[in-house]
Design a protein around this ligand. Structure first.
Ligand code: FAD
Length: 443
């Protein structure tokens, strides 16, 4: 008969990228770590589904390099193959133009006047020196209104901002997010990962398992067990108790609240209630072949829509086939009908890649997928306004995810907070003597 009670040094709840990174660091430090994932497969939002040989991420996914995720992958020895997108077009009044993403494209661009080009050129020059953190309490819209004079330049930057911050609510999202990401993307390439993000998930799983972590998928954690301000472990849905010296919760914010709150004690509820997730409408299509069109990466200037044909740059489709991602950034203050959003995205495909409907093999529409657990808002001070890794009133419980901690956006926030949570666990928990020695050496 299976034991009703087991023990491990550290439990990690959630087997997405965040949980896998935390488990990898802890296992490499010699700590006995057990990760529980409720789904049958690891990966969470970074999982890739294969259909007819096409590798579909769960909505558009690009790895922005030069941030915490890159440094974590390097530290954990994760390598992968990728391609980087090249020519991007902007769509304006039904016509396509080259997106000026550097001095050369700026000269070639035909939809900006000379004065527009001068202002954009000046902005490119000062951008690397801007202190993004100092803009945390300004919204993207306020920053654009105060810092950009020419309407065409403002329109271009606002369109890019929609795509970079994953939201059409530029009046609410902190300018820190946009400026930080703009700076990074001018200095570091974007990676489209061969095989989709599952490649990263599989590599992280291997690192953790090789170092001795136990990764249990198909295992739902029902609650965090705690008493007198200390966590004792977790209770699984099948009733088993797993005792641990520390627990890292690497789920969505709302799931974290459910796990910790027990009716009488709600340490997280207040912090999480104020978080607003970024939701997207994503239409992903597999095509037998790419229609004859140059416009394979398109940023719409007039509506918050973006399209990219990732299969041109990375191995995600069978020979000759094409995998195209489109997404619409939603506005928190102006709800839309998901069917209209889908039509908007089909319309973008019709405009950029005419004939795609006749070549369609498979399509996935994700009308309201949660892309980021918490949008960094100007009103809460940007990145620094997200909850920290500690849970008030519970000493040995830690949080990690793309809604936690003061560093980075998207998977950069996941990676930074996962590493930070692992470090705190190692620093603050009394493990066996050997584990402490290895952990101390690692810090
Ligand atoms: C459409 C879309 C586009 C995106 N684009 C990008 C991009 O371009 N660039 C980028 O950097 N990031 C992007 N992201 C974000 C990125 O996918 C995430 O930041 C990253 O995958 C890290 O996720 P996570 O591990 O924190 O959370 P998740 O992947 O959500 O993992 C949490 C896991 O916890 C599990 N879980 C929850 N509750 C329990 C429980 N009670 N017991 C056990 N397990 C539980 C869930 O099943 C899940 O697997 C995108 C996300 C989406 C959805």
């Amino acid at each position: 008969m299976e034991a009703r009670f087991t023990r491990t040094d550290v439990v990690v709840v959630g087997g997405g990228m965040t949980g896998l990174i935390a488990a990898g660091y802890l296992a490499r430090a010699g700590v006995a770590v057990t990760l529980f994932e409720k789904a049958s497969n690891l990966g969470g939002r970074a999982a890739t589904r294969t259909s007819d040989g096409y590798r579909f991420n769960r909505g558009i996914h690009a790895l922005y390099t030069g941030g915490a995720a890159s440094s974590v992958f390097q530290e954990l020895g994760i390598s992968y193959r990728y391609g980087s997108p090249k020519e991007t077009f902007v769509l304006r009044q039904g016509r396509f133009h080259i997106l000026p993403s550097g001095p050369l494209e700026l000269l070639r661009s035909d939809f900006l006047s000379t004065l527009d080009k001068l202002e954009l050129g000046r902005l490119f020059a000062v951008l690397p020196r801007l202190d993004a953190r100092a803009l945390a309490r300004l919204s993207v819209q306020e920053w654009l209104q105060s810092g950009v004079r020419r309407p065409a330049v403002r329109q271009l930057l606002a369109a890019l901002a929609h795509t970079f911050v994953y939201s059409a609510s530029l009046d609410l999202v902190s300018a820190e997010v946009f400026v930080d990401k703009l700076q990074r993307s001018l200095a570091h390439p974007v990676h489209y990962v061969d095989g989709g993000w599952q490649t990263l998930v599989d590599a992280l799983r291997q690192v953790a398992e090789r170092a001795g972590a136990r990764l249990a998928s198909g295992t739902h954690v029902e609650a965090i067990e705690h008493q007198a301000g200390r966590v004792r472990g977790v209770r699984l849905r099948d009733g088993r108790l797993v005792e641990a010296s520390a627990v890292i919760v690497a789920t969505s914010p709302r799931e974290a609240v459910k796990l910790v709150d027990d009716g009488s004690f709600s340490p997280l509820r207040e912090a999480v209630d104020s978080l607003v997730p970024a939701r997207l409408a994503c239409l992903d299509v597999a095509l037998r072949q790419l229609p004859a069109s140059r416009y394979t990466i398109v940023q719409d200037l007039e509506r918050p829509r973006f399209l990219t044909t990732q299969s041109i740059y990375s191995r995600v489709a069978p020979e000759g086939g094409a995998l195209v991602y489109t997404f619409k950034q939603l506005d928190l203050s102006r709800p839309t009908d998901p069917r209209d959003d889908e039509r908007d995205l089909e319309d973008l495909l019709d405009t950029a890649l005419p004939g795609w409907r006749d070549l369609l093999i498979r399509r996935f529409y994700l009308p309201r997928i949660e892309a980021v657990g918490a949008l960094p808002m100007a009103s809460s001070g940007g990145f620094a306004g997200r909850p920290g890794p500690r849970v008030p009133g519970l000493d040995n419980l830690y949080l990690a995810g793309d809604w936690v901690g003061p560093e980075g956006f998207l998977v950069d926030a996941s990676a930074a907070s996962a590493r930070q949570a692992a470090r705190l666990v190692l620093r603050e928990t009394a493990f066996s003597r050997e584990a402490v020695a290895t952990a101390t050496a690692m810090l």
